[in-house]
Design a protein around this ligand. Structure first.
Ligand code: TXA
Ligand code: MG
Length: 344
């Protein structure tokens, strides 16, 4: 699958062009714009304006030491925002940008402290979405967009503009609509230095694709969540719906779902394997069948969890994903979503 998008070849209509230039003017003047990317919607500010960047932390209720990703519209800008760039970082950028990959590099003096949470590294990514790229090319050339996912801290990322609207309407200056996100899970975060390449967060680009692009094996550090606390997505309880979510095997789910339904709890049962839906034909249970393919599953996951939250259920029972490398990003998000409720 190719994630490449060239904004020059996309024809925007007049209204879209107006919206993009309005959004660029808002950013240039220190405002906040939620915008679509191919992974999830972002909450953007001018990265060179500390007052604007601080607004993002306020809106998200995010701790100040959790750094933001710098979004750029051109690979060559990597040299402006970072320094001492290893060859492997150039290879990854050329292979996967625009696309769902964030590179953690040594920051340059152009990056304000508030973007990096005071660290000496900076996360950089070039998103593969025509609207995001058009917006990045419409702001002043010396700027970039600092953007986390456009959700409240710890909650599920938005994959449609309606998801953003539901929590952030009235708190941001503009929400750009670009339809549902094509990937649906956040970018893969990769730390690169001259010796090693480590995956800090599995995501839209598979680990195997990174290894074959570099012809080198990579280190998986995301399991080591307590040591990498500054990657906020690496906190054990993150990406969580408001409804308590539990992960179970198919056999456990049959039993548990029927027990809970007997006690009149309203539940969602979300499965990916072949399961007979008639087993769940009681009004207390909503059965949601997910695709058995990890890419398709990832694309739908957050929208399904947002929908469960909107319905107002007592529990979400989720079938554990397969323990295969291709499912790493989905398994990581589900693990964290379930961690939030283990103690309740
Ligand atoms: O797909 C994505 O990456 C989306 C879209 C909007 O681009 N953005 C996103 O941002 O997921 P956010 O802030 O929700 O997650 C970014 C993660 C955070 O966990 C943050 O701690 C980590 O990237 N991060 C950013 N800069 C870092 C750095 N210098 N070192 C380590 N982690 C960093
Ligand atoms: Mg996030």
């Amino acid at each position: 699958m190719s994630y490449k998008t060239n904004s020059d070849t996309i024809q925007f209509d007049q209204e879209q062009r107006n919206q993009i230039s309005t959004a660029a003017a808002i950013l240039d003047n220190g405002g906040i714009v939620a915008f679509p990317t191919e992974t999830v919607y972002g909450l953007g500010a001018d990265a060179t304006n500390p007052a604007a960047v601080r607004k993002i932390y306020d809106i998200k209720q995010r701790p100040a030491d959790h750094p933001l990703i710098l979004h750029i519209g051109d690979i060559a800008r990597m040299e402006h925002w970072s320094q001492d760039i290893p060859e492997s970082a150039w290879m990854l950028a050329e292979r996967f940008w625009p696309g769902p990959l964030t590179l953690i590099l040594k920051r340059s003096r152009h990056v304000p402290d508030c973007v990096t949470g005071g660290q000496d590294t900076v996360g950089i990514r070039m998103p593969a979405h025509a609207i995001a790229l058009a917006l990045l090319n419409a702001i002043r050339p010396e700027k970039a967009i600092a953007a986390p996912s456009a959700n409240l801290y710890g909650k599920i990322s938005p994959t449609t503009s309606a998801h953003v609207q539901a929590t952030l309407a009235g708190k941001v200056d503009m929400i750009l609509d670009g339809g549902p996100c094509a990937i649906g899970l956040e970018s893969t975060i990769v730390h690169v230095d001259h010796q090693t390449v480590s995956i800090l967060r599995p995501g839209g680009i598979a680990v195997s694709a990174i290894e074959s692009a570099l012809n080198q094996s990579v280190i998986l550090t995301h399991h080591n969540s307590r040591q990498t606390i500054r990657v906020s997505g690496a906190l054990p309880a993150h990406y969580a719906p408001s409804t308590p979510l539990r992960l179970h095997t198919q056999a456990e789910i049959y039993k548990l779902a029927l027990e809970l339904a007997e006690q009149h709890f309203q539940i969602a049962v979300i499965t990916w394997s072949d399961i007979d839906p008639r087993l769940f034909s009681t009004p207390e249970i909503r059965h949601i069948a997910m695709p058995p393919d990890p890419v398709e599953y990832g694309k739908q996951l957050y929208a399904v969890l947002h929908r469960c939250d909107r319905i107002g259920l007592d529990f979400i029972l989720m079938e554990s994903p397969p323990q295969k490398p291709a499912w790493l990003a989905v398994a990581d998000r589900l693990q964290r979503a379930s961690q939030a409720y283990l103690k309740t």
